[in-house]
Ligand binder design. Structure first.
Ligand code: PRX
Length: 658
């Protein structure tokens, strides 16, 4: 049996580590899971008490995935305030407890923020927003570094009932402009800059540029946090420094009473078409689900020091840096820098220094640190760690073993959690202390989650098999719509397989009922856990004046998980100088962000198309991965000879570059 196969079959029985204080046993999981499916109303009505309700709900679940009666509502007559749940309700018992430990880019730059501090910062920020005419239902865009002020801003919006739209600080001005236009944001919150390792990123300059590029010109106010000390031009009547604005406001700000189904935030994510979607999440169900999953999946307890390394620009940052942990009154660590600065021991030094007990990161970070050699990871045995988590992309068994053996010292369960921006929280995952672990598998459904695997005909696969991963019924954290585009919601997620939520991922189920994600089934590529639509990259490349057409596919990448391979046809059809490739890379950087730059760009005379003009991406994927021999029959192509021509160019390009 090969080593790879052995790793796949490896099974790590339920951890008996004394460091674990599991909320439930394996047997209790089975019982509770069955209850959650059989009688969701009773189950969720009880679990929803994990948060405080201003007015308790009487209706629990009111959902249907059927086209003729499509609706998703949870706790729909309940009233609450998400910010009050995350901050105010902890004050009586936890006002001096640290809510956040901020670890800055430079080692030694540490700040502790108590729940009382958090309350005051958030109230002041909320009052600043009110002064700038932000009202309930208004959209505020955040373009921020990973600093406490980003969290204050999110909570301030939630406090006054405004909807936040966080745009990851790695997106370009043009990508930011598109998002500002889509949600017609009137206010932007940013910082003078962000520090990421040796680099300083000029966020405010990018906002200024974005505002020259917006079509709708809705932005009236830009509030800037002084962070790096960089000088930035301030436009009179539009631009304000946060530190000056907070001087004039009160430290008290009453919170709005919100309905459970009032919007909490929008988060733009890539879809199969060129335009990103504004995924909309609402208040009550989202918070219940984020809090409950945070508690069970990470075996969270009051005394834990919890560190989720995600940026608040992504859904993981929303659910598991901000809302889930705060709803549970946790102490979280947040980190502005990068895992390799000043060296590849940074994460592990921070874990030891702050006594982190729960650590949640992405496979890319694990693989990248693994590639730097074990010495960085084994300076100590990280005695405080109890639970290790992973999210965003497949955690290959080799990286799983490294994480488990070296970082967790064989005593911390690894929870490989599967979910999406759209799902709001974790759907498939092991539960520490309640489930055996299988490296590479995302294990089993969380409470209330009913996964199914469908074959090509849309029929459910019973027991073992591989198919499209769908959900049979709703859960409280599910997205409620595509902002400003209600039809797109049903069409994207519910029209392909009638009566199901379609995740667009493929998965396999083994004989023990464990799920194994096989990857996206649409044209989305997962680069270092960043979701990038090939259509978006193609649209960016096509903005170059010399480009006639392009096609982008994913290729395996040892660190990033996946990388991009771009095939480009030029208008002139001529061979091109390398300068051109640099220009294409710059174009992508400008239109999307650096993280979406392809590993390879090849100039080709044509693309493999069917007679009806559809690009056969499957063939391009094989060519890009160097698997030409596996291509098979190409007779359905309009010009079958194009496959050989492109393959030759690709082989030549590889040779020239190595
Ligand atoms: O393909 C799956 C992959 O990431 C996609 C969702 O991306 P995003 O909305 O950006 O959310 C990422 C963080 C929740 C999924 O459709 N994915 C996520 N988690 C895993 C995963 N693939 C394999 N294993 C995972 N644990």
């Amino acid at each position: 049996m090969s080593a790879q196969k052995k790793q796949h079959d490896a099974l790590y029985p339920v951890s008996k580590s004394p460091a674990l204080k599991p909320h439930i046993t394996a047997k209790q999981y089975e019982t509770l899971y069955k209850q959650s499916i059989k009688d969701p109303t009773t189950f969720w009505s009880k679990q929803a008490r994990i948060i405080d309700w201003i007015k308790p709900f009487t209706i629990v679940k009111n959902t249907s995935f059927k086209e003729e009666d499509f609706h998703i509502r949870w706790f729909s007559d309940g009233m609450l305030n998400v910010c009050a749940n995350c901050v105010d309700r902890h004050l009586p018992q936890r006002k001096d407890k640290t809510a956040y430990i901020f670890e800055g880019n430079e080692p030694g730059d540490v700040r502790h923020i108590s729940y009382q501090d958090l309350y005051e910062h958030v109230c002041r920020f909320a009052n600043v927003l009110k002064q700038h005419k932000v009202q309930k239902g208004g959209v505020v865009t955040l373009y921020m570094p990973m600093i406490p002020e980003a969290i204050y801003a999110m909570l301030a919006c939630a406090r006054i009932g405004a909807i936040h739209s966080v745009v990851f600080g790695g997106f370009s001005a043009s990508a930011l402009a598109g998002r500002l236009d889509d949600c017609e944001s009137k206010v932007v919150i940013t910082a003078d800059g962000a520090q990421r390792g040796a680099k300083t990123i000029p966020l405010k300059d990018t906002v200024d540029l974005a505002l020259t590029q917006t079509e709708k010109k809705t932005v009236e106010t830009v509030i800037t946090v002084k962070h790096t000390g960089a000088t930035c031009p301030m436009k009179e009547g539009r631009d304000y420094w946060l530190h000056e604005e907070v001087r004039h406001v009160n430290t008290e700000c009453p919170y709005e009473e919100m309905n459970a189904e009032d919007p909490l935030f929008i988060l733009y994510t890539s879809g199969s078409t060129g335009k990103p979607k504004g995924v909309l999440h609402t208040s009550g169900g989202y918070l219940v689900y984020a809090a409950l999953t945070h508690k069970y999946v990470f075996d969270y307890h009051e005394e834990d020091i919890y560190w989720c390394t995600a940026d608040v620009g992504w859904i993981t940052g929303h659910s598991y840096v901000v809302y889930g942990p705060l709803a549970n009154g946790a102490t979280s660590l947040i980190f502005e820098g990068v895992p390799t600065y000043p060296d590849a021991a940074r994460y592990w030094d921070v874990v030891d220094q702050h006594k982190v007990s729960i650590f949640y990161t992405a496979p890319t970070a694990i693989r990248s640190l693994m590639s730097k050699g074990d010495a960085f990871a084994t300076k100590t045995k990280h005695p405080t760690l109890r639970v290790l988590g992973s999210v965003g992309e497949p955690l290959n068994p080799e990286a799983w073993q490294w994480y488990y053996n070296l970082i967790g010292q064989k005593k911390c369960p690894v929870v490989d959690t599967w979910w999406q921006t759209e799902t709001g929280g974790i759907l498939l995952t092991p539960l520490p202390g309640a489930m055996d672990l299988k490296p590479g598998s995302v294990s089993k459904p969380f409470f209330g989650i009913q996964p199914e695997l469908l074959n090509e005909k849309g029929q459910a696969i019973k027991r073992t098999g591989m198919g499209s991963l769908v959900m049979k019924d709703s859960w409280p954290g599910q997205m409620r719509g595509v902002y400003n585009d209600p039809e797109r919601f049903f069409k994207t997620y519910f029209s392909k397989f009638k009566g199901y939520y379609s995740s667009e991922d493929g998965a396999r189920r083994d004989k023990d009922g464990y799920y194994w994600i096989t990857g996206r089934m649409d044209d989305i590529i997962n680069i270092s856990g960043h979701r990038v639509g090939t259509a978006e990259v193609e649209a960016a490349i096509n903005t170059h004046s010399q480009v006639a057409e392009s096609a982008v596919v994913g290729i395996p990448h040892s660190i990033k998980g996946e990388g991009l391979f771009a095939f480009v046809i030029l208008k002139s059809g001529e061979d091109v100088l390398y300068v051109f490739k640099d220009e294409v890379l710059q174009t992508i950087g400008k239109n999307i962000g650096s993280f979406a730059k392809p590993e390879y760009i090849v100039i080709v005379p044509g693309l493999p198309k069917t007679r009806s003009g559809k690009i056969m991406r499957r063939l391009l994927r094989k060519i890009a991965a160097g698997q030409v021999a596996e291509i098979g029959d190409v007779s359905t192509l309009a010009d079958p000879r194009i496959v050989d021509k492109i393959s030759e160019i690709v082989v030549r390009t590889f040779k020239e570059n190595t």
